[in-house]
Design a protein around this ligand. Structure first.
Ligand SMILES: NC(=O)c1ccc[n+]([C@@H]2O[C@H](COP(=O)([O-])OP(=O)(O)OC[C@H]3O[C@@H](n4cnc5c(N)ncnc54)[C@H](O)[C@@H]3O)[C@@H](O)[C@H]2O)c1
Length: 258
């Protein structure tokens, strides 16, 4: 079996907050160099400064291929190659098939599907040129289960589950593995702002919504960013997960089992 010596550096999109930021801290703590790309420049700069020398922040909107190409080039320039990608940037909007506006549907598709595809198209050639490595996509437990009020989001995450399979097949000859992490609800700013929008529209308070959400899980609480980041580190590291390829890995506290 042919093995490659993977560069221990990673580009993390949407890495300024939430799961991406937890991953940035965990990879750096495990000796990886980390490039965080995001549109939240203030949070991204602060995170990179807190992590220190092994982390750089790069502004890149995943809806813009030129910004992603520049981020990949900057990361490779700084680290001398690229060994892994965490395609993590994404947004959530609560909506239904019959109720969603064209504008909102477009925004979610552009960010979650086009953004992820753009990210792979920018970063994979650099990983292949560096001798191979791994891509981890942040999908969702909605690859496996439907959820009310999640029309556009669920559709885009289902698409990422399929992208994981087809990209793994296409990129295997380049020694690039592709897997997805599929979390259920995690305590992050993404869900906080979702619940704030529901509360502002006259629904239950954010605290009531979190209590309902936490009760959905076998242990009585939703996930933490660190719990997802640990799966990402495993899947990104050829030394840990060389036989994992083209698969969607649940980190869901038993949500889809119950
Ligand atoms: N929190 C959850 O419950 C949960 C569950 C399953 C999957 N996810 C997925 O995890 C990923 C990270 O979300 P999170 O929960 O950590 O939320 P988050 O809002 O804390 O993180 C998302 C990050 O992506 C960035 N971002 C948004 N649009 C971007 C764009 N166009 N270009 C570059 N960066 C952009 C944001 O600025 C933010 O820093 C998302 O793809 C989300 O769908 C989250």
């Amino acid at each position: 079996m042919e093995t490659t010596k993977q560069h221990k550096n990673i580009l993390i999109t949407g890495g300024a907050t939430g799961i991406g930021a937890a991953a940035a801290r965990l990879f750096a703590a495990n000796g990886w160099q980390v490039a965080v790309a995001d549109i939240n420049d203030e949070a991204g700069e602060a995170l990179a400064a807190a992590i220190g020398h092994d982390c750089i922040y790069l502004h890149a909107d995943t809806r813009c291929r030129a910004e992603l190409d520049a981020a990949v080039e900057a990361a490779c320039g700084r680290f001398g190659g690229l060994g892994a990608l965490f395609a993590n940037a994404g947004i959530h909007r609560r909506n239904t098939l019959l109720g969603v506006s064209d504008e909102e549907f477009d925004l979610v598709v552009k960010t979650n599907i086009y953004g992820t595809v753009n990210t792979l198209r920018a970063a994979v050639p650099a990983i292949a040129k560096s001798g191979g490595g791994a891509v981890v996509i942040n999908a969702s437990e909605q690859v496996f289960a439907g959820k009310p009020g999640n029309f556009a989001y669920g559709l885009t995450k289902g698409a990422l589950g399929q992208l994981t399979r087809t990209a793994a097949i296409e990129l295997a000859p380049m020694h690039v593995r592709v897997n997805a992490v599929c979390p259920s609800t995690v305590h992050t700013p993404l869900v906080d702002s979702l619940f704030e929008r529901v509360a502002a529209a006259g629904g239950p308070s954010k605290e009531e919504l979190w209590a309902e959400e936490d009760a959905l899980f076998l242990r009585g609480s939703a996930g933490t960013p660190d719990e997802v980041a640990r799966m990402v580190l495993f899947l990104a590291d050829d030394a840990q997960s060389a036989f994992c390829n083209g698969a969607n890995y649940l980190v869901d506290g038993g949500y889809t089992a119950s």
